[in-house]
Design a binder for this molecule. Structure first.
Ligand code: COA
Length: 287
């Protein structure tokens, strides 16, 4: 049966119900994604996996799923909040707040079984709603990373895989190492997660990690050498030529922004003060 179009004008948040996602929600979730970031949202690519995982929450209104948020377990003892989306025409009407509340209630239930848990998430520096929403829930910023993008060139060189990386991959990341937009806490368990969920390679002058939902996010493990241009074909090898990719690096690498700009990397939005574009927030389960 064809669904009635949503009546946005008469939206009533008290009629919204949150529940765990089910396979039948997929088409509504794809419809939400079409309204987010000009339709460039990665949500459709992860939907099937996320629905099959335990803590993907949706909000239903007039028999339509209009918002979602996900909790994911990360090592050593973290619940990672991700994937919050509200259908564009219903944004600004309190659904974000409702989804955060539902996710927080579920997170507190889970953390009752696992003492000492942290709740964490990352967000883009331009996303003013998210820190605003979550500071009320006790989250504080604990880390920040830069991210710059480039449309890849034509020349590719095969890098050496780094088998069994050690704790030294955290040398320039004293608290968290980013795998895509997920910040992995420095720990033996974090290292094991990285071994299983990312790939580390060595080019002639440095090591780098490829991870993230679309496998196009490259984290610099070591500071970049003087001749960055020589390293780029190695970085790009597993991404493929003529594709967009991103380089993520800590605030502590001096002059990386300038070196990357010289190689035509760009920050996504106007950021004259060079604040970190990826912000990581944390709070302990027990406040
Ligand atoms: C971010 C998002 C989930 C927020 O959902 P929402 O339903 O629009 O949020 P709400 O209506 O619940 O607003 C929550 C609070 O943020 C505030 N807010 C909204 N827009 C804001 C802005 N641009 N700057 C600062 N605060 C803002 C609201 O005033 C409200 O504050 P209050 O609780 O003090 O009244 C939604 O805009 C969205 O889906 N964005 C695209 C995807 C995205 O960016 N996801 C998050 C990062 S992964």
């Amino acid at each position: 049966m064809k669904k009635q179009p949503l009546d946005v004008e008469s939206f009533d948040i008290s009629l919204c119900k949150t529940r765990l996602a089910q396979p039948r929600d997929a088409s509504d979730l794809v419809a939400i994604a079409k309204t987010i970031w000009g339709g460039e949202d990665y949500l459709p690519k992860v939907l099937t996996a996320w629905i099959s995982e335990p803590w993907f929450i949706v909000c239903e209104y007039q028999k339509t799923v209009v918002a979602c948020i996900k909790l994911t377990q990360l090592p050593p003892n973290t619940l990672w909040f991700e994937g919050m989306r509200v259908l564009k025409p219903l944004q600004g009407k309190g659904l974000g707040k409702l989804m955060n509340k539902a996710a927080m209630e579920l997170a507190l239930q889970i953390s009752n079984q696992q003492p000492g848990m942290l709740f964490e998430f990352s967000t883009y520096f331009m996303n003013q709603e998210t820190p605003h929403l979550t500071s009320k829930l006790g989250f504080k910023q604990v880390a920040g990373f830069h991210i710059m993008d480039k449309y890849g060139g034509r020349i590719l060189e095969e890098p050496e895989p780094v088998e069994n990386p050690g704790m030294d991959i955290f040398d320039h990341y004293p608290a968290y190492l980013p795998v895509g937009w997920k910040a992995i806490r420095k720990s033996e368990e974090g290292l094991e997660y990285i071994r299983q969920n990312a790939r580390i390679y060595a080019s002639p002058g440095m090591r780098f990690l490829i991870g993230g939902i679309e496998n196009t996010d490259v984290t610099l493990i070591d500071p970049i050498p003087a001749n960055l241009q020589k390293e780029l074909p190695y970085i790009q090898y597993h991404i493929g030529y003529k594709r967009n990719f991103s380089i993520i690096f800590p605030q502590t690498y001096p002059s990386v922004i300038f070196s990357l700009e010289c190689q035509k990397f760009r920050v996504r939005d106007h950021n004259p003060e060079n604040v970190p574009e990826i912000l990581v927030f944390s709070r302990s389960a027990e406040l």
